[in-house]
Design a protein around this ligand. Structure first.
Ligand SMILES: C[S@@+](CC[C@H](N)C(=O)[O-])C[C@H]1O[C@@H](n2cnc3c(N)ncnc32)[C@H](O)[C@@H]1O
Ligand code: SF4
Length: 396
């Protein structure tokens, strides 16, 4: 018998024969007050916002990297924060006009703006709609006043309820509500009642997040008392059943949507699409077929520095995802959050490598019952979804 020749592991780099869809994330970093649980790049606004100057910086930023679109139209835009609804209608209109002249925006692009119920009025919302925003995401978090207080929110439950009605009155037919559960001192009945009040407002989409204690937040320094795992498990079981009974299909770990109302912008992240990111601290991800890698770009975080540097190389740092292992892991970290998972074909096209590159890890995950064994599909089983980090470790 002949001894098989040793197989040399040569990293063939990443190969892309087509580009994925392209989105645009725009970061607007100011809030009325910093919430104690929040680790987003957001800052308390002191005095009037420099919103028009900041819009000019955003447009310089986009123009300086528009060649990374590589001929693609932008299919979704997301104005996130911070609290974008603090920006004046004039600033948002100038921003959208500027984006349209700097880039090609698909005619049917989903354009979302995040709003805080403490910064809401119908005229401003109507002007956002008029400017081209067609989806509003309202950060409600809870309808219980004592919980809103514990979360350091600037609004009360009446304002939370009014925000969705205001969005409707302003002409928004596509509204998301952000809620959090497992709040300080939370219980099953209270958390489920929050969801009941949310679904009574009939939003098209609900993002239902478990509160987490993030590094460098006030809650991390002085942790509140959070409910135990058994309470959290009951909240999730009853909450998911309630959402399903009202027609909200869970399609991502924290994402629930009525039919046809999934968030296309977030879906593009989870399906490892490309995105440009403009604004203080914004991140972008761009596939570069000729270079054989994926570029991850991040903008300087401080809003003042950003305003000075936007459009110059100094505002941007770049990292390369150039190995198969890293690209596969990053792809799966996103795609396996989706309850439907994704196709092997999408993996090959967007992680730039053949399926066999992850064959052994995939087989190991399927043997543990964490990954579906269906050919052509990469999908976590319910048990895999419960322990996503352990599942991903098999691919690390
Ligand atoms: C960037 S915030 C944007 C919404 C808006 N700034 C607001 O708070 O009303 C996006 C969402 O992330 C969620 N979130 C923020 N920090 C969180 C944390 N520590 N744990 C869980 N969810 C969190 C909240 O539901 C929040 O609405
Ligand atoms: S309003 Fe939103 S972005 Fe601003 S601090 Fe609170 S959670 Fe963070």
């Amino acid at each position: 018998m002949r001894t098989p020749a040793p197989v040399l592991r040569v990293d063939a780099g990443l190969q892309f024969d087509r580009l994925p869809p392209l989105s645009l994330y725009v970061h607007l970093p100011w809030c009325v007050r910093k919430c104690p649980y929040c680790d987003f790049n957001s800052y308390e606004a002191r005095g009037a916002l420099p919103d028009l100057e900041y819009v000019d910086a955003l447009l310089r930023d986009l123009r300086s990297e528009i060649e990374l679109a590589q001929g693609r139209a932008i299919e979704t835009i997301y104005f996130g924060g911070g609290t974008p609804s603090l920006f004046s209608a004039a600033a948002i209109a100038r921003l959208l006009d500027g984006l349209k002249s700097a880039a090609t925006i698909a005619a049917d692009a989903e354009i979302t703006l995040e709003a805080n119920p403490g910064a809401v009025d119908v005229a401003r919302f109507a002007a956002f709609r008029e400017a081209g925003v067609n989806r509003l995401s309202v950060g409600i978090q809870s309808f219980r006043n004592e919980k809103l207080h514990a979360l350091g929110r600037v609004h009360d439950s009446a304002q939370a309820e009014a925000a969705v009605a205001t969005a409707r009155a302003a002409g928004f037919a596509n509204v998301n509500v952000d809620l959090m559960y497992a709040l300080p001192g939370d219980d099953v009945a209270g958390a489920v009642a929050d969801l009941e009040r949310a679904v009574a407002l009939e939003p098209e989409h609900v993002s239902w997040y478990q509160l987490t204690l993030e590094p460098n937040t006030a809650f991390e320094r002085r942790p509140p008392e959070l409910p135990g795992d058994d309470v959290v498990a009951k909240i999730e079981e009853q909450g998911r059943a309630l959402l399903a009974a009202h027609g909200y299909e869970r399609y991502e770990i924290s994402g629930y949507a009525q039919r046809g109302r999934r968030c296309l912008h977030n879906l593009n992240y989870w399906q490892f699409g490309d995105y440009l990111g403009v604004g203080a601290g914004a991140h972008g991800k761009v596939t570069l077929p000729e270079a054989g890698h994926i570029a991850r770009r991040a903008k300087t975080r401080n809003p003042r520095t950003y305003q000075l540097q936007a459009g110059n190389a100094a505002a941007t740092s770049e990292e390369r995802v150039a190995t198969r292992e890293q690209a596969a892991l990053e792809f799966l970290m996103n795609a396996l959050r989706l309850l439907d998972g994704t196709t092997v074909e999408t993996f090959e096209a967007r992680a730039g490598q053949p399926e066999r590159a992850i064959g052994a890890a995939r087989a190991a995950a399927a043997a543990r019952g964490w990954l579906s064994a269906e050919p052509g599909l990469l999908r976590a089983t319910p048990s895999g979804l419960e322990r996503l980090n352990k599942l991903l470790e098999l691919f690390a």
